[in-house]
Design a protein around this ligand. Structure first.
Ligand SMILES: [Zn+2]
Ligand SMILES: [Zn+2]
Length: 339
């Protein structure tokens, strides 16, 4: 695998995004100032090391008063005193370890999407895209945060600069949107209560909202350049935390010809054939359906991606899975950011 400087990868990424027919959301990422990391900070750690054994609670309390315990922020790496800042305003369903592992300054920069205006794509502002779309591969899609300048910087550090320690922190940011979507489906199914409250006799959750989590694929060329597919990693992390199986089911074909030379219509048509189901996808879906013959609804799949822009990527991925499946399947989307 060839190692290239982050700048050239970013240029390649920008070109591919432009060529894919999606608006180039990353276009100016290269020109962005870096996320304001603390230069004196130690690199972000996933797990704080255990502190020294304290002689007594009283002494510990006194010492905390004089010099509060410091932790390294999971997002910027800067030192901060956990417990000294308010956790108010953070979405419910964010793990406590996330809330206490991110400094107040970083927490304040995250534009969580807590209210949506479009019930199809989860946009927090009035949406003109969903009514214009002619095909509808997915039923609903939701996103964790708005794609602001700060969120672009944060995602670029993970995606292009290879700061892999950010992955669990970014994946956990998906949980509030995931649980909100799950709750919508539970209401639709008239199955009130949280997943954990409704365990079947075999210990499986009767109200598990999704049968499988999958992800938007990247092309082989981009995979070789970057070394990982960020959507697949986010999907796998989310699935572990939500107690659902994750599995890549889609393939992305290599783009043919210069897309930049094509008209918008030609580009959209070319983007249509960009995603296809993996050869094993139909068999996996059939096995999933056979596992629970008494299920009264279609299989439910969640497609995870990092950014939702126009929705055409999500739509084409959902359509590819619907076309390949021999069993009824409903597709939903979840992305880290909403452009
Ligand atoms: Zn921070
Ligand atoms: Zn919409």
């Amino acid at each position: 695998m060839s190692i290239q400087p982050a700048g050239s990868l970013l240029r390649a990424e920008t070109r591919l995004l432009r060529d894919s027919g999606e608006p180039a959301a990353e276009e100016s990422a290269e020109l962005l100032p870096p996320w304001p990391t603390d230069p004196k900070a130690a690199p972000a750690r996933l797990y704080p090391s255990p502190g020294p054994a304290w002689p007594s609670r009283l002494l510990r309390g006194l010492l905390e008063l004089l010099a509060p315990a410091r932790a390294a922020c999971g997002l910027c790496g800067g030192g901060f005193a956990p417990g000294r800042t308010s956790l108010a305003g953070l979405p419910a369903d964010l793990p406590r370890s996330w809330c206490e592992g991110v400094c107040g300054r970083c927490r304040g920069m995250i534009p969580w999407i807590s209210r949506i205006q479009c019930h199809v794509c989860g946009r927090p502002d009035p949406c003109g895209d969903c009514c214009r779309r002619t095909s509808s591969g997915f039923i609903r899609s939701r996103s964790a945060v708005r794609y602001t300048l700060e969120m672009r910087q944060l995602l670029a550090r993970y995606k292009y600069r290879g700061e892999e320690a950010l992955q669990p922190w970014l994946a956990e940011m998906l949980l509030p949107a995931y649980h909100a979507l799950a709750e919508e489906l539970r209401l639709a199914d008239r199955l009130p209560g949280r997943v954990s409250d409704r365990l079947g006799r075999d210990g499986r959750s009767e109200a598990q909202p999704f049968d499988l989590v999958t992800s938007v694929p990247i092309s082989r060329q981009r995979l070789e350049e970057r070394g990982f597919n960020q959507a697949e990693r986010l999907a796998a992390s989310l699935a572990v935390r939500a107690g659902v199986t994750s599995r890549p089911l889609l393939e992305r074909k290599e783009e043919r010809g210069k897309m930049s030379a094509k008209t918008r219509r030609e580009r959209l048509l070319a983007a249509e054939g960009l995603f296809g189901a993996a050869p094993e996808a139909a068999g996996i879906l059939r096995l999933l359906a056979a596992r629970d013959p008494e299920r009264r609804r279609p299989l439910r799949l969640l497609i995870v991606d990092d950014i939702y822009t126009t929705g055409s990527t999500m739509d084409h991925c959902a359509l590819a899975l619907q076309r390949c499946s021999h069993v009824p399947v409903d597709l939903y989307g979840l992305t880290w950011a909403r452009a």
